[in-house]
Design a protein around this ligand. Sequence first.
Ligand code: G
Ligand code: G
Ligand code: MN
Ligand code: NA
Length: 255
Amino acid sequence: LKLIRELRKAIRTDQLTLVYQPKVSLLSGGNHAGFEALLRWHHPELGQIPPARFIPLAERSDMIIDLGKWVLQQACRQIAQWREANIPFANIAVNISPVQFLDPQFFSELQTLAHQHGVRGHELSLEITESVLIHDQAALQELMRAIKEEGFHFALDDFGTGYSALGYLKAFPFDYVKIDQSFVRGLPEHQSDASICKAIISMAHSMGIAVIAEGVEKLEQGQFLAEQLCDQIQGFYFSVPLSVQEAEQWLNTEL
Ligand code: G
Ligand code: G
Ligand code: MN
Ligand code: NA
């Protein structure tokens, strides 16, 4: 089976779904702060295929454009559905691949989808990684500014794993940085992880950027991050990624 060809078929034949991992705000003891949408592929013969396997493949072809479009459309639909049902989901964050973000059609397609589904800006955030930021800085700043004018938020994903040029935080209008789970894993004991998390939080805050920590699996990790005034946390400690129905139930649980 040629996986890339199967993936094209998957987009057309309902093999893809989004799951939603909760984000929790640590302000005033804990509040629902929305979800990160994560793609899942269930192939009829091969079973579950993890995104770590098929997304890099899609990124090496132009397939990631159609795949990314499908994800955005699905997220916009979900936002409309939850709003119509008066479900206080807060927002959905969507991962955007560099190739998708740099596609000249991206902005107009985002606008079209958002208008079609009546999405309000604050209901949708876009997670991009710093690998996209090495491209033409002026053009990217203009693109991000235009997207932010529509009200959408930006998160800098996987922060700390790449070049982590601090200048990126100054040069581009991010609303959030997401501390990569590799720095959260060793909390609170591991001294260098603790220092890195502290430094990211205080630096981001001094620039008016909020911080989301990923991969929080243990109470002690969450406690350390709360003490450092990290704004939101996400991870198996609270919840794995959920189906739509489970996500709705999650919103009914007290934190
Ligand atoms: O969900 P999981 O932890 O298996 O995701 C593995 C990787 O795949 C992560 O880097 C995640 O950002 C990426 N990923 C998951 N869903 C999407 C998606 O819808 N679009 C893109 N571009 N990446 C995704
Ligand atoms: O690259 P990105 O940060 O978008 O990827 C998020 C990935 O991390 C998803 O595939 C998700 O399933 C995974 N993930 C989410 N929470 C946890 C966690 O607490 N522990 C681990 N090991 N992985 C997590
Ligand atoms: Mn992400
Ligand atoms: Na990440």
